[in-house]
Design a binder for this molecule. Structure first.
Ligand SMILES: Nc1ncnc2c1ncn2[C@@H]1O[C@H](COP(=O)(O)OP(=O)(O)OP(=O)(O)O)[C@@H](O)[C@H]1O
Length: 329
């Protein structure tokens, strides 16, 4: 029997979910290229280890950076490489594949992604909207005539959607999410301390002491290292959670404003359901300390963090494929 595959083609991570097995692959969306020959040298985790550490002839590229496909050919080879790792061609029969790609890709890009998955051994290939699939993966029953609201904060984009009867009723998407937060941290530390840090260090700071909600009792600090912008020498210093909260504030408020705009255009019956059931936070951004408190305070609606925010899109794609399989029988 073919084992259908759900794919989260994310700007930060690619996840593959095999129906009946669960998540079988989870790697960063990074490709290392030899700039002289344009040859792909490494994909995924191996390429990620090279970010910020490459000699001049090697470039570690994030082909889906900022929620758009900035390099389509590389995206295609990355997708094919990951699918080929599952040895799909050796399956007894071809699997169906459901892919979730960034929301704002063009029709040509959509077709090319489907073709790449077909070439890699997919039977039927479906492309689905990310917030819908994330909601399913987070355990929401979106098929009832009831309002469900989800905020999916990924690497490049934050998608906000209200769903009912299996479809999106109101939505919004902003190109600010985890990547932008990393940029904020780099900018803040450079401005305040003249210290230049890399993207990976900024991400590590965000994950370790990052916070979205001011908390007087949070005395967490962290030692960070980088290069002094004036002397050019390596330097280390200690930074606090309160400083990171300050650095991230404006970016997070952009997501809050986008969510307010969705609530403003949500039909009243569905809005009432959302007050009862709460808003589901998903995507890596849902793991940021205090983000639920901030949304609850600003939107005046209960907020729930999904159980495994990083896995929901891939898992949701798998669940939808499973349901399609059942309804065919
Ligand atoms: N504990 C954490 N705290 C804050 N942010 C985190 C945490 N863990 C992961 N992230 C961030 O989550 C982001 C990745 O989330 P996710 O894998 O959901 O994105 P994606 O699906 O690849 O992107 P997109 O939805 O934009 O296509 C990264 O920016 C990462 O830094």
């Amino acid at each position: 029997m073919a084992k259908d595959i759900g794919i989260d083609l994310g700007t930060a991570n690619v996840l593959l979910y095999v129906v009946g097995k669960g998540i079988v692959l989870n790697e960063p969306s990074v490709v290392a290229i030899d700039t002289k020959t344009d040859k792909v040298l490494a994909v995924g985790s191996e390429a990620y280890r090279m970010v910020g550490r490459t000699p001049s002839n090697i470039r570690a590229i994030r082909p889906l950076k900022d929620g758009v496909i900035s390099d389509f050919d590389i995206t295609e080879s990355m997708l094919s490489y990951f699918i080929s790792k599952l040895s799909v061609k050796g399956f007894m029969s071809k699997p169906n594949i459901m892919i979730c790609a960034p929301t704002n890709i063009t029709e040509i890009e959509r077709k090319a992604i489907v073709q790449a998955a077909e070439k890699s051994g997919g039977a039927k290939v479906y492309l689905e909207a990310e917030p819908k699939v994330a909601a399913v993966g987070a355990g929401m029953d979106i098929f009832k005539p009831r309002g469900n609201m989800v905020i999916d904060m990924g690497g490049g984009t934050s998608d906000i959607a209200v769903l009912s009867l299996g479809d999106i009723v109101a939505s919004n998407s902003v190109r600010v999410a985890g990547d932008e937060m990393n940029t904020d941290i780099m900018g803040y530390i450079k401005r305040k301390y003249n210290l230049i840090i890399g993207e990976r260090s900024a991400e590590n700071i965000k994950i370790t002491i990052g916070s979205a909600f001011p908390d007087e009792n949070n005395n967490e600090t962290m030692e960070i290292r980088g290069r002094d912008a004036v002397s050019g020498m390596p330097k280390s210093l200690t930074i606090s959670a309160a400083e990171i909260e300050e650095a991230l504030h404006d970016t997070i408020m952009q997501i809050v404003v986008a969510a307010k705009e969705v609530l403003e255009i949500t039909p009243p019956e569905l809005a009432a359901d959302i007050i009862d059931r709460g808003i589901m936070l998903t995507g890596g951004g849902a793991l940021l300390d205090g983000i639920d408190k901030l949304f609850a305070k600003e939107l005046k609606v209960p907020v729930i963090i999904s159980e495994s925010p990083l896995d929901n899109v891939a898992k949701g794609a798998g669940i939808l494929l499973e349901h399609m399989g059942t309804s065919k029988k």
